[in-house]
Design a protein. Structure first.
Length: 248
């Protein structure tokens, strides 16, 4: 049954689907195009460590091997080269590596973006909280160029990413939406850098970039794909599956 809240989410992300439908379709496309079953897929995700992502994680994703967790605050792949190489060598040789990466953002039942109503709480809270905090500092001009400390390394990294795109974020009609777009682009760039430094002892590397959308406690979660492609690791040929995914 379709989610009664999907239309609310689609006002912000027109191609969004529930995460249940997202994973079902993902696995169907991989089986159709690459002839691989879930137990031949080593799955890594780069998502925010926010507890709501664990609560709303799609159960069928666990049919794949993993997931190996690469992400820290707001989904940036802080596990780096070591993390990417570590899980890449856990993959079945006749299978594929699946890397899913996404910043996350909340959307409430009434369509408010950047917050959700969490289980057991009487009021809404920020989602992604780290992104909203970094955005707040950006708008107050409180972020200093190069200010990255060991004590708050992940948060400081997000702040620096936003600072580089300060004009774009500040001038946007919805600043938390735009900050999430900026974060996606930064994650996508870093994933490509990590891929270039990793050897994968299998047939294919599958890259999926998205925005992961958390809803209020009774809404569940949703996903808006931005990228879905695979690399044939023998030829290095890249094939875009995004249109196929949405037409499937």
């Amino acid at each position: 049954m379709p989610s009664p809240y999907l239309d609310t989410v689609k006002k912000w992300y027109p191609n969004a689907m529930t995460t249940v439908d997202t994973v079902n379709r993902l696995l169907d496309v991989i089986e159709e195009k690459l002839h691989l079953k879930p137990n031949q897929l080593m799955h890594a995700d780069s998502m925010c460590c926010d507890d709501v992502n664990a609560i709303q994680y799609p159960p069928r994703a666990y049919e794949m091997l993993g997931p190996f967790k690469m992400g820290g605050l707001n989904g940036f792949p802080f596990a780096g080269v070591t993390g990417m190489n570590a899980f890449a060598h856990h993959v079945p040789e006749d299978g594929a590596v699946v890397v899913f990466y996404a910043p996350h953002i909340g959307i409430t039942k009434d369509g408010t973006i950047g917050e959700i109503h969490r289980i057991g709480q009487s009021k809404n809270s920020g989602c992604c909280g780290a992104a909203k905090a970094a955005l707040g500092k950006l708008l107050k001009n409180e972020i200093q160029h190069g200010a990255v400390t060991d004590l708050d390394y992940q948060m400081n990294t997000i702040e620096q990413i936003f600072l580089k795109q300060a004009d774009r974020i500040k001038s946007a009609s919805n600043q938390i939406f735009e900050a999430t777009e900026v974060m996606y682009e930064a994650i996508n760039t870093r994933i490509e850098e990590l891929v270039a430094k990793t050897d994968y002892p299998c047939k294919y590397l599958i890259l999926i970039g998205a925005v992961f959308i958390n809803g209020d406690r009774e809404m569940g979660s949703f996903c808006s794909y931005k990228r879905f492609e695979y690399i044939d690791l023998k030829t290095n040929k890249r094939t875009d599956l995004l249109k196929c995914y949405y037409d499937f």
